[in-house]
Ligand binder design. Sequence first.
Ligand code: BG6
Length: 483
Amino acid sequence: MPFAKNFMWGGATAANQYEGGYLEGGRGLSTMDCRLPGNRHEYRKVSFTRPDGSVGYASRYEAVGEGARGTILEDRYYPSHNAVDFYHHWKEDIALFAEMGFRCFRMSVSWTRLYPSGTEETPNPEGVAFYRDVFSELQKNGIEPLVTLNHFDLPLYLADEIDGWCDRRTIGYFSRFARTCFEEFRDLVHYWITFNEINTIRDWTKLGNKDMSDQTVYQAMHHMFLGSAHAVIIGHEVNPGNMIGMMCAYGSMYPYDCAPDNYMNNIVSLHKIQFFCDVQCRGYYPEYKLKEFERSHVVIRKEETDDAVLKQGTVDFIAFSYYFSNVTRADANVEMTGDQSHAVENPYLKKTDWGWSLDPVGIRVACNELYDRYQKPLWIVENGLGAEDVFEDGTVHDAYRIDYLREHIRELKKAVETDGVNVLGYTPWGCIDLISAGTGEMSKRYGFIYVDLDDEGKGTFRRFRKDSFYWYQKVIESNGEEL
Ligand code: BG6
């Protein structure tokens, strides 16, 4: 059997796209609560107020500017506020996951549910109780939680008052939050991820940066690396049995052709992802990045112990998301942002309705590249097809989703069986329909379970099993043999 007996089949979600209950249980506001919906042609924007009182909007590529404060406008719909209301449906959802046979479930803890402003000395007891209930229910159903400490969210107070990760104090606040999670859920959670897709984190919602200069962004990332390293150190201290991973968005990259310049450029483009893995897996900044900093006059301000902390806080495994591959060219700049609108076309591949290339082989490429370079266990914590579903007679006939997943699992199997890559698990994204991170839509659905909600936030939140629900149930039951 290619997949180990205890291979972690499951599904993945994130609090800001799934949980909702944004003003309940003592939760504080997060930067993600200021994020408006967009659509497949228009970027999502955050709403903020400038020091002169005027309201501004910024996409992930735009700076909010000095003195900006995140703002929620009364007459607008913000998808994270209710999301798909896991907050009130957790028992029912976990029962459905158990029915599919999940062995693990990936979710994130909302930072502001535990620390409403980020700065409190002690955690919010209601928040702790909520997650304890959820994790206990998962364990009761034989499902191991895989918990992401930070999935794109940042307490709004920290962003407004101290520019979030730009300020070293955020490392301390995050470490306290991480310690709380490790201690409070010690008996219930054994698998952790520090930051989701750390290589795509450049914008205000995630870093709290008011400007987009490389100097600001890399300094903030340095603090985030330290936050992650501290979390790993604390997590191991609280429970040496904890497995703690990093997480990146891994879109495999192919050179446009065999022109030597294009091949060389592909190596340089891969560095854009590898940088994050290098620091978190090896514990130090790679030479190519230090040279880049020299050329672009980026100076990282470090304290004496930083290097030792990075070294000590290396991760136990690499988690990654894989949705599509990219093509690189010496004369085109490829950004790993989950946005393929400016991507170089691959003539061999078809695309989804949202313009993402369809490339199952790319998942095997990713597994090989990561395993060869780091020899750490891998975990595919996101993969899937975002598609518009037709809901009729209480279900969705989503053969297209089944095809996508089947082809990817086949290639994953080759990575394990033929190439000998150590893969711990597979948790497809949005195992239950949830809000799209990129567009804020509901109509971009990934789930095995349909949720009755539309792009304006209207619906009953009722859950329905799709055809893929029964298909995935068989996949798990047969440990990946019956595809
Ligand atoms: C990853 C994120 O980028 O891709 C998820 O970790 C996100 O939060 C997923 O939802 C799919 O992207 P999208 O834009 O289709 O939701």
